[in-house]
Design a protein around this ligand. Structure first.
Ligand SMILES: [Zn+2]
Length: 55
């Protein structure tokens, strides 16, 4: 589980994959990975479930 932080408002969110937009301010593509992860970005899209709405 990675931690993503909004560059605009600074809110953080835990998610396996990069959120499309900030859940707080709604800014699109503003989430940057804050937590350390050994997995590369490519592994995210490779995993199933990233595009599901559940969660
Ligand atoms: Zn935000």
């Amino acid at each position: 589980m990675a931690v993503w932080k909004c560059e605009k408002c600074g809110t953080t969110k835990e998610s396996r994959c990069k959120p499309k937009k900030c859940t707080s301010c709604g800014e699109a593509d503003s989430m940057v990975k804050e937590g350390t992860g050994s997995e590369s970005k490519a592994s995210c899209s490779a995993k199933k479930g990233c595009k599901k709405k559940s969660g």
